[in-house]
Design a protein. Structure first.
Lengths: 163, 75
């Protein structure tokens, strides 16, 4: 690839829940819009963000900071309610409704915009092997690579994030 | 009056910036784009966007909870 003078940003994307999918895609699309060359390296649970069909969820488990605006106040979600069948599904649905209501983009929308903005995506080969994914499971476009591929990108980047 | 108008009222971060970037592509160099937004975060974001991309923020104002930005495409 031809070297340019544009600033660069790289990101390691390790998480695949609905809430954690936002920071990497928001930053990638915005950086690209601001003229940066962006590379996203998807590893472990982050790899699921490359699946053709996304079905992202949130969980109340292990997230004491999660408060949903309801009835004019903020309702905390106790850890243990996550064990009740349907609670996480309901929380995910609630989050998706909020996202729509507040004019926040969907992850699908942001991912398409990232691809359209030529954000370079790398799928971690080791994670593909580990969780038995094939290239048929993920969207077209991402290259397969490993740690060395990422490190080379990172050495040439102005911003490197681990999310 | 700007050459083009983009209405992103009701949209939240980062959509106002992303839509503006897309709209700027259709503005000839030296032309202007007016963006209408309701996201209060857009005020600082459009300043940062213009500084980083080298485009010129000619105007930034707020009226009845609607923010308007006039960007001159110089980059």
């Amino acid at each position: 690839m031809a070297e340019t003078n544009a600033k660069r940003m790289s990101m390691i994307v390790t998480k695949g829940s609905l809430d954690w999918a936002y920071p990497p895609f928001i930053l990638a699309t915005t950086a690209a819009a601001m003229g940066l060359e962006v590379t996203m390296f998807f590893t472990f649970y982050g790899l699921t963000l490359l699946k053709k069909k996304l079905d992202l969820k949130v969980t109340t488990l292990g997230n004491p900071a999660m408060e949903m605006p309801m009835f004019g106040m903020h309702i905390g979600m106790p850890n243990l309610v996550s064990a009740i069948p349907g609670v996480d599904a309901a929380a995910s649905m609630m989050m998706k409704n909020l996202i729509k209501k507040k004019g926040v983009a969907s992850i699908e929308e942001l991912r398409t915009m990232a691809i359209d903005a030529d954000v370079k995506m790398i799928a971690c080969q080791m994670t593909m092997d580990l969780f038995e994914y094939t290239q048929k499971d993920i969207i077209e476009g991402p290259a397969l690579g490993g740690a060395a591929t990422y490190i080379e990108t990172a050495t040439k980047s102005d911003i490197n994030l681990f999310i | 009056m700007a050459d083009q108008l983009l209405d992103v009222k009701g949209l939240n971060c980062p959509l106002p910036i992303l839509r503006a970037k897309k709209a700027l592509k259709d503005v000839p160099t030296g032309g202007t784009l007016e963006v209408l937004a309701t996201d209060p975060g857009a005020v600082k974001d459009f300043e940062a966007f213009c500084r980083t991309t080298g485009n010129q923020l000619l105007e930034s104002k707020s009226e009845n909870n609607v923010f308007s930005f006039v960007i001159k495409r110089t980059a």
